[in-house]
Design a binder for this molecule. Structure first.
Ligand code: FAD
Length: 433
């Protein structure tokens, strides 16, 4: 009997340490992040990174030969659940998006020279990166429509295009740019990835796009999303990542584990919101009783607990499948958790915000920020609708229309069949009547 929901005691000790460390050392940074600014933040986080490295938990998503732990997705998932509780925790553990995904791309597709020049400094925290794929003019949910092009000119490539929502683009040292290298190839073989240093002539970081998450104009801050114009950006052959036309293939490898980590981080956020929801229920009084005694509030608590448990088991199961059967086998499971996990995050945060009334809506609690963060989860790394469509298509492969056009469960048809099968007994029963 192989089903087992337990965690090895040695690994549980690591998780316990992380849990304590994130709460005690990283949560306080959240409250002074704006005052610290980008430089102050780097100084505050640097000694914490050292502690993480000493514990052997730095950049754990990478294989051991690149300084990671080779933990596999289930263990990484459990770690990300803890890291998700604070937007700054992944940063202290060397697996903050988008650097973590980009380091996976470089590990997967980079040459030895590319790893030396870009991956190692990225892992040391000496460089920052961004992933530049989405364009304002084409649908990000259908990247076969990408327009940014990279054309060969002798030994070099010339990149032209317009991107936006390149997270951390304005503080990055280099960008991984997805560009069309062969518009006539089959849709998923049209694009390639290039490493483009931000100071390459022709790269213009236009602005950081104000969003629900950061509604006011600001530039050059961690987590901002940059709009970038690439105008006759000339790079050498050493910029190409992997084979020409392999852009989508590489992106697919990166996205599977990334989605598991996202979902587990969302559970970390949900748990924190849930704790606030429950705490508030125990002491706030209205209409003669504490909120914990109102049935609506009890429903919120029970529904949230059930949804979080379901999402957690689904996500860890997807991670287990990825570890044991590989990324392709886990594709549908990953799509399931991507849209379901985003919904759970939204629902739990929304209830926690609601129970706090105006306090929940105010910035005196982190709930309004969580709410804004939760909204984006429904479309980055693929909108809900696309993942639902993909799940439904996969599920429907197991079905076909009935040959005679009559539903398989049609009771009168089945009854007729059953009457034939049990004719003798039925006759005997009727004779006895
Ligand atoms: C916080 C955040 C960070 C991001 N970081 C990055 C980054 O670092 N790098 C990067 O390149 N991009 C990034 N993005 C962009 C993100 O990947 C895109 O927003 C996403 O792929 C959707 O593309 P789009 O915005 O062009 O929406 P569109 O593709 O235009 O889709 C809009 C809507 O159309 C509907 N839709 C689409 N397809 C279907 C369908 N098949 N069925 C039904 N409805 C459908 C959905 O409702 C969808 O939300 C980020 C976005 C956010 C919000």
């Amino acid at each position: 009997m192989a089903w087992d929901f337990s965690t090895e005691p040695e690994f549980q000790q690591k998780l316990d340490w992380m849990h304590e460390f994130v709460r005690e050392e990283i949560w306080p940074i959240e409250t002074v992040f704006e005052e610290l600014g980008q430089d102050g933040f780097e100084r505050a986080i640097a000694p914490l990174r050292e502690q993480v490295k000493e514990r052997g938990l730095w950049a754990a998503h990478l294989p051991p030969d690149l300084g990671g732990q080779g933990f596999g997705q289930v263990k990484l998932g459990l770690m990300h659940e803890i890291l998700g509780s604070s937007p700054f925790a992944p940063n202290a553990f060397g697996n903050q998006a988008p650097d973590s995904g980009n380091s996976e791309i470089l590990a997967l597709a980079g040459t030895d020279e590319q790893k030396e020049r870009w991956l190692h400094p990225l892992l040391n925290g000496d460089l920052k990166s961004a992933f530049s794929m989405t364009e304002p003019e084409t649908a990000g949910s259908d990247p076969t429509q990408l327009r940014t092009s990279a054309q060969r000119d002798g030994d070099t490539w010339v990149i032209n295009g317009h991107k936006w929502f390149s997270t951390n683009g304005s503080i990055a040292d280099f960008l991984i740019v997805m560009a069309v290298t062969d518009p006539d190839a089959r849709p998923h073989q049209r694009a390639s990835m290039f490493i483009v240093p931000v100071d390459t002539p022709g790269v213009r970081i236009v602005r950081d796009v104000p969003t629900m998450e950061h509604p006011y104009d600001s530039f050059g801050k961690l987590g901002n999303h940059a709009e970038i114009v690439y105008e006759d950006v000339r790079v050498g052959p050493e910029a190409l990542l992997g084979e020409v036309g392999a852009g989508f293939l590489i992106a697919q490898h990166r996205l599977g584990p990334g989605r598991i980590h996202h979902c587990m981080r969302w559970l970390g956020v949900s748990r924190r919101a849930f704790d606030m929801l429950c705490e508030r229920a125990t002491y706030r009084e209205a209409q003669g009783s504490v909120l914990a005694e109102k049935q609506t509030v009890q429903n919120w608590i029970a529904d949230s607990a059930a949804q979080m448990q379901a999402a957690r088991l689904m996500t860890l199961h997807a991670a287990w499948r990825m570890d044991t059967e590989g990324a392709s086998a886990a594709r549908t499971d990953i799509s399931l958790i991507k849209f379901y996990g985003a919904q759970v995050l939204h629902d739990v945060v929304d209830r926690a915000l609601q129970i706090h009334g105006s306090l929940g809506y105010s910035t005196d609690l982190p709930l309004e920020a969580m709410y804004r963060y939760a909204r984006a989860a429904r479309f980055y790394d693929g909108p809900d609708e696309v993942h639902r469509q993909s799940v439904a298509r996969q599920v429907l492969r197991g079905y076909e229309p009935p040959a005679d056009g009559i539903p398989r469960e049609h009771v009168p048809t089945r009854r007729e069949e059953a009457r034939r099968r049990f004719a003798e007994i039925l006759e005997a029963v009727t004779a006895n009547d």
